[in-house]
Design a protein around this ligand. Structure first.
Ligand SMILES: C[S@@+](CC[C@H](N)C(=O)[O-])C[C@H]1O[C@@H](n2cnc3c(N)ncnc32)[C@H](O)[C@@H]1O
Length: 222
């Protein structure tokens, strides 16, 4: 168990890493931000889980440069997008403005959201769980801010991916609970603890295409 001050030191370092303006997040092919296959998979995956109810209010956690926020706002959902890095979110804001896509952006910590309980119909998150200093606390927060009947959807970091160490080096990487990915059962357990139920896994893949497959977890609050 890490102390509060150790935890906040880790978080400060991670936040600083994302705030470095020399990062070219969208330019790195592995992030899939400009991949049409990646967009199609998420668009279809979310539509299957949420339907085309355009009045749904969705919170995109750790929006970064806005991959999910922009995609879902284009589909007609009402999107609030949060991230703690101004640098990352500025890029998302610029893209939303250029494309005239309405998204409400806010600086927020994924582990300590300031929204009241039951504010959203759904929480979505892509490529974020692995980098959280306290994903257990975060998932409780995500469950808290959805309405009863609401749904949390997130991708599961691939086991053995070592993203924590690749991004932040050994010192920080080793301290991230999901920094080396996770067994899906571990995430199911974590989401259950957070108060979510009817938990299921779904593989986002396109037959006949060479691309990185994504395993997502979704669960409901009753
Ligand atoms: C790998 S990027 C993913 C960005 C985007 N979701 C995507 O799919 O491309 C991770 C993002 O999570 C943000 N992040 C990490 N920890 C966070 C926290 N505790 N609160 C808010 N944002 C956080 C980072 O600033 C970064 O923008």
């Amino acid at each position: 168990m890490k102390s509060e001050s150790q935890q906040s030191e880790i978080k400060n370092k991670i936040r600083k890493w994302w705030d470095d303006p020399s990062q070219d997040y969208d330019g790195f092919v592995g992030h899939g931000v400009n991949s049409e296959v990646e967009k199609e998979l998420w668009r279809n995956g979310i539509a299957q889980l949420l339907g085309h109810k355009q009045n749904l209010k969705i919170l995109d956690i750790g929006t970064g440069t806005g991959f999910l926020a922009l995609l879902l706002a284009e589909m007609g959902y009402g999107i609030t997008a949060v991230d703690w890095s101004m640098t990352m979110m500025q890029k998302a804001k610029e893209k939303a403005k250029a494309a005239q896509i309405p998204v409400q952006f806010e600086v927020q910590d994924a582990e300590n959201l300031t929204f009241p309980d039951a504010s959203f119909d759904a929480v979505v998150s892509r490529h974020v769980l692995w980098t959280l200093a306290d994903p257990f606390r975060a998932s409780k927060e995500w469950a808290r801010v959805i309405k009863p009947g609401g749904i949390v959807i997130a991708d599961i970091p691939r086991q053995g991916s070592n993203s924590g160490m690749h991004h932040y080096g050994d010192e920080i990487g080793k301290k991230l609970p999901l920094g080396n990915g996770a067994d899906p059962d571990e995430i199911i357990g974590m989401f259950k603890e957070a108060g979510l139920t009817n938990l299921n896994l779904k593989l986002l893949e396109k037959q006949g295409e060479q691309h990185r497959k994504t395993l997502i977890i979704y669960g409901e609050k009753i």
